[in-house]
Write a protein of this length. Sequence first.
Length: 367
Amino acid sequence: MIIILTQCFPTKVGGIETLMYDIASNLSIKNDVKVLADQQDAYKDLEFDKNNTNFSILRFKGLKFFRKRKKFIQLKKICSVNKIKVVIADSWKSLEIPINFLEEKKIPVISLVHGNEIIIKNDMHQNRIKRILELTNAVVVNSTYTKNLLSKISKKIKKIEVIHPGVNSTNTIREQNINLKNGYPTLLTLARLEKRKGHSLILKSIFNLKKKYSDIQYIIAGNGDQLENIKKQIKKYNLDTNVNLVGTINESQKKFIFSKTDIMIMPTLDETHSNSIEGFGIAYIEASQYGIPSIASNVGGTPEAVLDNKTGLIINNINKLDETIKKLVDNKQLRNQLGQNAKNRAENELNWKNQILKYNKLIDDLQ
């Protein structure tokens, strides 16, 4: 049996949530998988779990400390009556309580590291992270950038493996229409509404480019603490007819939005000073599946998600954002070529059939 310990799991929406579900789902093809997850929304979780037949899910509610304790108690019960192949955690945080027990029982442990959660300036906090990760048997990181970051924090981690997030086939997903304004070109940012995602920079570019492309459309999908600031900026630049604020979207709505998108854009800001980085960028790969090229900035692990001049364009100078958008909009041949390259990479290199083989090999190596 494989146990997955995670605070991040659907029905909560996000990159890590999607990643943990995909790992569980793809590992369950050849393994008995049990997920111990936080409860997000009692009714939605119940419906989601009922429709999921590939693996079992146990949910835990309450304040964080009590959730972790309940999860640990259940973990011990499961370990007492099952042979556990490996425990996989979404991050070091899910291992704080059980790591000593798992080490004592000689149960192999893999922790994922995404990037953001290990950039901690506080020495005491960083020592907690180091202690837990050094007790694991292996750490899976989403990019070489994150691996290098982790290597600077600790030289004692037993094994660090780079496995990029994968994508699943979208053939079985039915499109769900949502109201969008019509226009061309259509740009999309699919991300939490955080300062580092660069929404404000894009809105300024939309304002500048509107003079040339009067029907330009910008879809903002996601929610977050920058929502009110984004609304103020839309009003300031008089972009009500050019911006679609669609909020959090499900997979069916996502498929529909991608079908309307010409360019995926997320010029992530370098926010390492404020403990915020882009370890990889799953949304870029999701867009790639649909043959959509991306515009991204040369920050964090982003250049591993968007290959410059192959699957998209990487900006080294954020002041060239307008120019880069124009380049892709005006050059249809380039846009189509980058989009096709992106699609080929998603389907042939970053599909979950390939990525899960790497997880299975790592698990086998730990036995």
